[in-house]
Design a protein around this ligand. Structure first.
Ligand code: IDP
Ligand code: MG
Length: 155
């Protein structure tokens, strides 16, 4: 089982609604290692890259406006199968359909204002981490509770 890194953004709506601490805490308590963490103001260029797959959608400009309305909190989380784990914790895109217990399920009533972004696969995780973090911003600190989080065969 592979130790993976994934990218999470707490969107401007999460920052405005004072949910930063609470959501980071959910990931910390899950056992994911925070490898990098910072607040950044996204711009049009970064978002056109990040959301390139949505460029022809009618809501694209609205989405970009929403994503630049306040800073975001960006982080790199690491754990065994972290990409899938974090994506599952994130929940369905539309907050109204997201299962209760998922972050969108708990905190969001909207498809656009859905609080959080999480990488959806290995390729996108690698690209997105590179998009938002320099190598020297990613820390390889040792999680001393690691043996309590996983069995030997898992890690
Ligand atoms: P994801 O964030 O669950 O991976 P994507 O389809 O990759 O979903 O869309 C990226 C973001 O674009 C969503 O998180 C959401 O904020 C926004 N979005 C997606 N579909 C719609 C829509 O139909 N209306 C408005 N915003 C949307
Ligand atoms: Mg996506």
């Amino acid at each position: 089982m592979a130790l993976e890194k994934t990218l999470v953004l707490l969107k401007p709506s999460a920052v405005q609604r004072a949910l930063i601490g609470e959501i980071i805490s959910i990931f910390e308590k899950k056992g994911l290692r925070i490898a990098a963490l910072k607040m950044i103001q996204l711009d049009d260029e970064m978002l056109s890259e990040h959301y390139a797959h949505l460029a022809d959608k009618p809501f694209f400009q609205r989405l970009k406006d929403s994503m630049t309305a306040a800073p975001v909190v960006a982080m790199v989380l690491e754990g065994v199968e972290a990409i899938n784990v974090v994506r599952t914790m994130t929940g369905a895109t539309n907050g109204r359909n997201a299962f209760p217990g998922t972050i969108r399920g708990i905190y969001s009533m909207s498809k656009q204002e859905n609080i959080i972004h999480a990488s959806d696969g290995l390729r996108s995780a690698i690209m997105e981490i590179k998009r938002f973090f320099k190598d020297e911003e990613i820390y390889e600190w040792k999680q001393t509770c690691f043996p309590l989080l996983y069995s030997e065969e898992e890690a």
